[in-house]
Design a protein around this ligand. Sequence first.
Ligand code: SAM
Length: 214
Amino acid sequence: MVNFKKARERMVETQIAARGIHDEGVFEAMRKVPRHLFVDEALRDQAYSDHPLPIAEKQTISQPYIVALMTESLELNGAEKVLEIGTGSGYQSAILAELADRVFSIERHPDLAYRANSILRKLGYQNIIVRVGDGSLGWPDDAPFDGIIVTAGTPKIPQPLIDQLNMGGRLVVPVGDRFGQDLILVRRLAEGIKKTNLGGVRFVNLVGKWGWKE
Ligand code: SAM
């Protein structure tokens, strides 16, 4: 029987801190959120391993290190309104909910959104709203956002997401072809948009109006 609490501590130490993530809030959130509950029962003993895992609809729950890197890049302090594109399992939403004020998450597959919402409710999260739809269009009704995280790869940064970013806000998005992308951090500053490349990643496709066609 795996000791999940110990597995989480080991994950933070060996996969996250050891690779240069230093945000103590991110460590705490990753020590707390029970990642094994976001994957199929048959995969629970692999939930804290150093790789992504399959979820329904041929999608994935991202590698823990990538979750940490993307979360840290948003520099959350607890007051933010954050938009996540690609709810998937709901794990990243839970991590964001530990560190921000409110999380809005969009998933295009209704059954994934339903499952994620149900586990997030069971865990008691009250600051996350999950919706079904094309997240490449953003979430105009509740914009602007202080942070936007796109957990699927896109050929170009969807313009609606840039438009829905608050002044001083941060957007992190994998941009590239269908098989590999660069993780781009976009900051919206008074003088314009500033982009930083955080390195190579490999995500499933963002499918939607401003992403890939189906
Ligand atoms: N954040 C997720 C987690 O913690 O499990 C990982 C998500 S998975 C790598 C990417 C997700 O993006 C998939 O569930 C996929 O269905 C979803 N997706 C792809 N295109 C989308 C779109 N246009 N709008 C919303 N969700 C989308």
